[in-house]
Design a protein around this ligand. Structure first.
Ligand code: UD1
Ligand code: UDP
Length: 374
């Protein structure tokens, strides 16, 4: 008997982290994957589908410009519910904490379809940081039958909430599976200008990304001011900031940082190009969850543009530092990395903190066991 497995993706990180799970499921003759993309992200999702060659079975195409959480929830719930009723899968697999993932879980729960949650157990213990992700992942963990915490700390978070231990399996994060896969592909950079910049080793590069909802408005303006100051203080350092397409990010960033000689503001880069850029970076400033996981593997120090992180492992290991969107902290820690070589070298070490690249294999093995096929 084959089991239909729904795999739900919506955003760029969903696709990056689910790609190796989809690939692994495809290799099992007893499992039939059905990939459903809400397309909560459009261009940024399509970039990832292309690089991993993911064939989407159903694309709900829900993205609207400057969409609200309600819009995403209602459109995704309606589309996924219809597909679940049509296919009646044996299991739904979702990852992380995006609204598409949460809604995929919710629609499945309403139909008593078992849910497997990849990247379970991440917590800041602050419902509004990150928002709405902390709520999304808590709600998902509460209704899932199989939970895959990537690390020991994530497992402990689940245990503290009395999630039955027999439902939980530490697997590592599938982000590391994808990172190792893309590095092995050895893809050339697709943008000639970026190729020229990354192959010229004479300049140090700071890579930046930021997009969190809770930082819109005043925190973003403070962060932008800090980056302007940093660029002025270090004219010999190049800052590359691929800007998220959200207008709440794109508008203030472009009006605050355009026209500065040593700042480049490309559109979001394809995953392969972005990994090459990270590899070339001196350090990274980011509020991204996935980049906090990837950067230590590449030995790149991370300054985390948040007040709290659900990924404390890198901070504890000395690979990352929390600076928030605060001008002073951003400047002090950036200057330290740029000026203090000894401090820099302590942080810039390659570390496999979040996984070993085999998380997806472990996940699919447990799914097969749950379904009675191993
Ligand atoms: C979403 C996730 C967040 C994740 C992030 C990864 C939720 C609530 N948020 O946040 O957890 O960290 O993705 O990037 O699930 N847009 C485009 N093209 C795209 C993508 C986005 O134009 O390809 C613009 C649209 O105007 C869209 C807006 O960005 O309405 C916001 O997208 P949305 O998915 O709501 O929020 P993100 O901040 O991307
Ligand atoms: N990423 C990318 N292109 C970019 C910026 C990031 O491919 O221009 C990748 C990055 O390597 C990581 C993922 O996107 O794997 C992180 O996505 P994002 O920061 O949007 O979401 P989060 O991880 O915060 O949910």
């Amino acid at each position: 008997m084959t089991h239909k497995i729904f795999l739900i993706i919506g955003t760029r990180p969903d696709a990056i982290k689910m790609a190796p799970v989809i690939r692994e499921i495809k290799m099992q003759s007893v499992l039939e994957p059905i990939v459903v993309a809400t397309a909560q992200h459009r261009e940024m999702l399509d970039q990832v589908l292309k690089v991993f060659d993911i064939k989407v079975d159903y694309d709900l195409n829900i993205m609207r410009s400057n969409q609200s959480l309600d819009n995403i929830t209602i459109s995704a719930l309606d589309g996924i519910a219809k597909l679940l009723d049509k296919y009646k899968p044996s299991m739904t697999v979702v990852q992380g904490d995006t609204t598409s993932s949460f809604v995929g879980g919710l629609a499945s729960f309403y139909r008593k379809i078992p849910i497997a949650h990849v990247e379970a157990g991440l917590r800041t213990n602050d419902l509004f940081h990150p928002f709405p992700e902390e709520a999304n992942r808590r709600l998902l963990d509460a209704i899932s039958q199989l939970l895959f915490p990537p690390t020991k700390i994530a497992l402990q978070n689940l245990q503290a909430e009395n999630v039955p231990i027999e439902k939980c399996f530490i697997t590592g994060n599938t982000a590391i599976d994808s990172l190792m896969w893309i590095i092995n592909q050895k893809k050339p950079i697709s943008i000639p200008e970026l190729e020229k910049i990354t192959s010229d080793k004479s300049k140090r590069i700071i890579v930046i990304t930021a997009h969190r909802r809770e930082s819109f408005g005043a925190p973003f303006l403070e962060f932008i001011a800090a980056i302007r100051e940093l660029s002025k203080g270090f004219p010999d350092v190049l800052i590359i900031y691929p800007v998220h397409l959200n207008p709440n990010v794109d508008d203030p960033v472009r009006s605050g940082l355009s026209g500065i000689d040593n700042i480049l503001l490309p559109k979001p880069l394809g995953y392969a190009d972005f990994v090459t850029l990270m590899n070339r970076a001196y350090f990274i400033l980011t509020d991204s969850g996935g980049i906090q996981e990837e950067a230590p593997v590449l030995g790149k120090p991370v300054l985390v543009l948040r007040d709290v992180t659900e990924r404390p492992e890198a901070v504890e290991a000395g690979a990352a530092k929390i600076v928030g969107m605060h001008r002073d902290k951003i400047l002090v820690e950036s200057r330290k990395l740029l000026l203090d070589d000894q401090e820099y070298r302590k942080i810039a070490q390659k570390r496999f903190i979040y996984g070993d690249g085999k998380a997806s294999k472990r996940i699919v093995k447990k799914i097969m066991k749950y379904l009675g096929d191993s």
